[in-house]
Design a protein around this ligand. Structure first.
Ligand code: ASP
Ligand code: MG
Length: 423
């Protein structure tokens, strides 16, 4: 079996859904194709504002937009289909009931988030399943909450691999008539289930969903359809002359995702690497083109400098108040605080008297971090910084990227250069 994943941009309008259906149709074979789909367009961002407890004076308007957007895509694709409109109604009603009844306090925020925001994927897959069926593609809608089982860590559910494997294996049962008769098994990305309700896997988690399913099915391959021609050596939003990387070893992909390459979700590669499943990144705009593949390769091809930018960084220098050396006991305290707040360190460096860390300047978390550190340490910081990672660097590309800016911190290994500069 093969797994396809379509993100929000690939299904953000009626035309986009038609194009997606065309791609699915071109790739159908005897075994059902497993298709994982995200919420349409920017629906997840909209739903985040509707979560109870979130202050937003525009909720009525946003709720209306959500309604109009999905209804109009459905009615453009299937003008005479009343069933799909009823299904959309039912989902929107369930959303309203939740928004009205969930306790709006901060202690329930993560739980509420998952119950509300998951409606984006439920809406998109409901519409797309109806549409594929209307084209004569026998499509079976599956509820990802019954397939991907997680713990109750809401907003970042951790997969219960055993339960998930058991649930997903049902898709392979030869005596399951519904599956046998279908050409496409369609399910939601990003969402999962725990005993107490719906969970989500973290923003942009649909790639990860596809990888989990591919792993449990021991799929032949997984293809992520995107609005870029493949894995590029830099984000085309920030870089004019990008080069497509045609082949990427698994470990290289993990490194790149770790440094912040946005084309692939950081958790996606591990499960498929374990099973040796190739992952293809292809363009839904030029679906005939070859794209990139991540797999069991020895080298990256072509070898060219790869650039990853993280913006809105803050560099903190942490110094013991008593002017003692920064040693293991101090580091333990610092990492304890970081861990407690769930803050990821993007770069760190130690010297005799201070420890420096570069983190995303999250306005909710960083002030609390500084406050907690201040109990034991003096903290100095620099804001509005950019963290640049260059794999396969040379001096010329470094100079070009730095463009004369002062370098606040620099780290270099044989393959990777990292620099912090003012944005
Ligand atoms: N819809 C979710 C998000 O926008 C998941 C995804 O797109 O991967 O974060
Ligand atoms: Mg998305």
């Amino acid at each position: 079996m093969k797994v396809f994943k379509f993100g929000g941009a690939s299904v953000n309008s009626a035309d986009a859904v038609r194009n997606m259906a065309q791609i699915v149709q071109t790739h159908m074979e005897s075994a059902p194709l497993v298709v994982v789909v995200s919420a349409m367009g920017k629906t997840t961002n909209l739903l985040e504002k509707l979560v109870p407890g979130i202050a937003c004076d525009d909720k009525t308007n946003l709720r209306q937009q959500l309604n109009d957007y999905h209804r109009s895509i459905a009615s453009t694709l299937m003008p005479d289909n009343m069933d799909v409109q009823q299904k959309i109604d039912a989902l929107l009603k369930s959303l309203d009931n939740l928004c009205a009844s969930l306790p709006a306090d901060i202690d329930h925020y993560n739980y509420n988030y998952d119950q509300v925001v998951s409606h984006g994927e439920l809406l998109s897959t409901t519409i797309i399943a109806e549409y594929l069926n209307s084209l004569g593609i026998k499509t079976l809608w599956q509820d990802a909450r019954q397939l991907i089982k997680t713990d109750a860590h809401h907003r970042e559910g951790r997969v219960d691999w055993q339960a998930t494997q058991q649930a997903i294996m049902q898709l392979k049962q030869p005596n399951n008539q519904a599956i046998k008769q279908s050409q496409v098994i369609l399910t939601q990305g990003f969402i999962g289930g725990t005993d107490g309700g719906t969970t989500t896997l973290g923003r942009e988690g649909s790639d990860y969903s596809a990888a989990i399913i591919a792993y449990c099915l021991n799929a032949e391959s997984i293809t992520i359809w995107k609005d870029v021609p493949g894995f590029l050596n830099a984000d085309p939003k920030f870089f004019a002359d990008t080069v497509k990387i045609s082949q990427i070893p698994y470990n290289e992909a993990i490194e790149l995702a770790y440094y912040g390459a946005s084309v692939i979700h950081p958790k996606t590669v591990k499960p498929i690497q374990n099973m040796g499943i190739p992952l293809y990144i292809r363009s839904f705009i030029t679906p005939e083109a070859e794209g990139s593949s991540i797999g069991n390769y020895r080298t990256i091809e072509p070898t060219t400098p790869l650039y990853i930018f993280r913006n809105n960084q803050i560099l903190l220098s942490i110094l013991p108040r008593d002017y003692s050396f920064i040693a293991e006991d101090n580091l333990q305290v610092i990492f304890g605080i970081l861990n407690e707040l769930g803050i990821r360190v993007n770069l760190m460096q130690n010297s005799a008297l201070s420890f420096s860390i570069c983190v995303d300047n999250n306005p909710q978390l960083v002030p609390t971090l500084i406050e907690k550190l201040n109990n034991m340490f003096r903290v100095r910081y620099n804001e509005n910084l950019q963290l640049i990672t260059i794999r396969y660097y040379n001096q010329q590309v470094i100079d070009h990227i730095v463009a004369g800016r002062p370098i606040l911190l620099e780290q270099r290994s044989r393959t990777t250069e990292q620099l912090i500069v003012p944005a």
